[in-house]
Design a protein around this ligand. Structure first.
Ligand code: HEC
Ligand code: HEC
Ligand code: HEC
Ligand code: HEC
Length: 176
């Protein structure tokens, strides 16, 4: 079947069908009020976005890159919460010595005792609470097929039957 010709809109009699003639322009924008309303709403959103952006983007952002330069100073000014391994030696030398001779030599004090920067700065300001061995030790030593076979592991329930790990092992020199 031959394709039907698309209908053509006949220009009103006596009017030259010039696309730019005032009549033609009026005709083309006839009934476009809804589009103008849409454009106004879109423009309002763009203005709102620009105002919000101005209000919430912090000063300096973008000066050197996708970050705020002042953030570096703020982070550097924070008080460290960990004291570091060397800090404990001055006052707990016996434990440091004992630990260095056993399998926990490479386990940092604060890995078990938690962050103690405040205590190391001033021991009387913060007295550390001792870790509870039955909860602490299995976090590293509970048997798990995902751990390397060479890492010492126990099934704590059958290994100690609920008794505290430090009944038999010394936390700082655990090798029996
Ligand atoms: C400036 C000396 C000093 C430094 C440094 C220090 N401690 Fe202490 N620590 C003490 C003193 C003194 C006590 C006893 C506090 C008390 O009994 O009130 C203590 C107590 C403790 C206790 C509690 C002992 C108990 O019997 O309850 C733990 C745990 C401890 N320190 C761990 C650490 C660790 C880990 C570090 C390193 C991050 C450290 N300390 C750094 C002086 C120090
Ligand atoms: C593997 C975990 C672990 C590490 C590493 C560790 N501790 Fe402990 N520490 C413990 C546990 C658990 C206790 C509590 C022992 C108990 O309940 O008898 C303890 C007790 C203590 C005590 C109280 C006194 C005592 O001898 O029981 C001090 C002080 C202490 N630790 C300091 C240190 C310091 C200093 C280091 C680093 C040189 C360190 N600990 C490393 C687990 C650890
Ligand atoms: C932060 C992890 C961690 C915690 C917590 C921890 N250990 Fe260990 N433990 C280790 C590491 C690492 C080794 C050394 C493993 C190696 O040599 O391959 C080790 C070694 C040991 C060994 C020696 C095993 C052997 O045959 O050589 C014993 C026993 C032991 N730990 C008991 C304990 C006890 C008891 C506690 C609780 C007081 C404890 N561990 C808490 C990490 C931990
Ligand atoms: C009744 C005493 C006793 C208690 C309580 C105890 N153990 Fe043991 N543990 C032993 C003996 C004995 C050995 C074997 C001697 C050795 O290899 O050092 C051992 C060995 C280990 C080993 C080394 C295993 C290996 O394959 O090399 C780890 C790790 C261990 N114990 C962790 C723990 C943990 C964690 C707890 C607490 C949940 C605990 N133990 C409680 C007596 C005990």
């Amino acid at each position: 079947m031959p394709r039907a010709k698309s209908p053509t809109i006949a220009a009103p009699a006596g009017v030259a069908c010039d696309l730019l003639s005032p009549h033609s322009v009026r005709q083309r924008f006839e009934g476009s009020a809804h589009l103008i309303r849409l454009a106004v709403v879109a423009a309002a959103f763009v203005v709102l976005f620009l105002l919000l952006r101005r209000a919430v983007v912090p000063a300096g952002f973008g000066q050197y890159g996708h970050f705020r330069p002042a953030a570096l100073k703020e982070i550097a000014a924070r008080e460290p919460v960990f004291a570091g391994r060397e800090a404990c030696a001055g006052c707990h030398d016996e434990i440091v010595q004992a630990k260095s001779k056993g399998p926990h030599a490479n386990v940092g004090c604060e890995a078990c005792h938690g962050a103690l920067g405040a205590h190391a700065n001033d021991p009387s300001a913060l007295k550390p609470t001792l870790p509870v061995a039955v909860h602490l030790c299995p976090t590293c030593h509970e048997a798990d097929a995902a751990k390397p076979k060479s890492f010492p592991q126990v099934v704590s329930l059958t290994h100690s039957g609920g008794a505290s790990c430090v009944d038999c092992h010394n936390a700082h020199q655990p090798k029996l």
